[in-house]
Ligand binder design. Structure first.
Ligand code: ATP
Length: 242
């Protein structure tokens, strides 16, 4: 392992991933191999490279949604001395890491039937023991900052527009104080004004020492927020497979 700084929150080492489609006669699809990079506190590292190269798959492995085939994915909270490897972690360990270390804003909101937008956003605070009377106003303040009309707060997001759902998703991911935040195209379905709000929220997190890793297709956003770009093409397994 390279010389590790106390600021390092994520180390990805020699990670590879391929998919096997069992419904299509076991077709084997290599995606990435030898992925290696790190993210420190106060950095915004952006994954670059063409569509389909494996950017989202890398984020999903870090969040424990996809299993890594080989290599190590080491996470560490701000006050931890030891890293935890997500790759072989048990589901219980992964749940603890998601609560304490790594937050994730996915491309799409997973709407929960009958739960209001405000409660969807407040829920991660409740699971951290913050009382409802404090969690709901904090959720409302962030939704207001993201320009979600107050009339929508008490409605379930299932029928919201794409951009409205995405803002609920962003508020949910940004309300907590995870030391590492993983963002999968959070600005994709937003208008200019809301894109600016999200860039400001990212910058505030970075200044508070959060380590941020994300995918941003919008070049303007990328230039504004990235402190470093990691080109995933360098780890593409496709050229090896050809
Ligand atoms: N669950 C899955 N099952 C099978 N193949 C998958 C799965 N997830 C991703 N893939 C494949 O892995 C490759 C990489 O996908 P991924 O979504 O990681 O790319 P990406 O770089 O994020 O693309 P984009 O920029 O278009 O979002 C693609 O060829 C995709 O079809």
């Amino acid at each position: 392992m390279r010389g590790v700084s106390p600021e390092t929150r994520l180390i990805v080492e020699a990670v590879s991933k391929s998919f096997t489609n069992h419904l299509r006669g076991g077709v084997h699809l290599p995606v990435v191999s030898g992925v290696a990079f790190h993210v420190d506190a106060g950095e915004v590292v952006v994954l670059g490279g063409p569509s389909g190269v494996g950017k989202s798959s890398i984020l999903r492995m870090i969040y424990g949604n996809y299993a890594a085939e080989s290599g190590r994915i080491l996470l560490r909270g701000a006050t931890d001395t030891a890293f935890v490897d997500v790759a072989p972690a048990s589901p219980r360990r992964v749940i603890a890491l998601r609560r304490d270390v790594v937050g994730y804003v996915s491309q799409f909101l997973r709407a929960i039937p009958r739960v209001s937008a405000l409660d969807v956003v407040a829920e991660p605070l409740l699971t951290r023991g913050i009382p409802l009377a404090e969690a709901r106003p904090r959720a409302a303040a962030l939704l207001t900052r993201l320009n979600l009309p107050e009339a929508l707060f008490e409605l379930p997001p299932a029928t919201f527009s794409g951009g409205e759902k995405q803002r609920v998703n962003i508020a949910r991911g940004f309300l907590t104080d995870h030391p590492l935040l993983v963002l999968d195209e959070p600005t994709a379905s937003l208008d200019n004004a809301n894109r600016n709000v999200v860039c400001a929220l990212i910058e505030e997190k970075r200044q508070r020492g959060v380590a941020i890793l994300g995918i941003f297709h919008d070049e303007e956003v990328r230039e504004r927020i990235a402190t470093r770009i990691v080109d995933v093409s360098a780890f593409s397994a496709r050229k090896d497979a050809a």
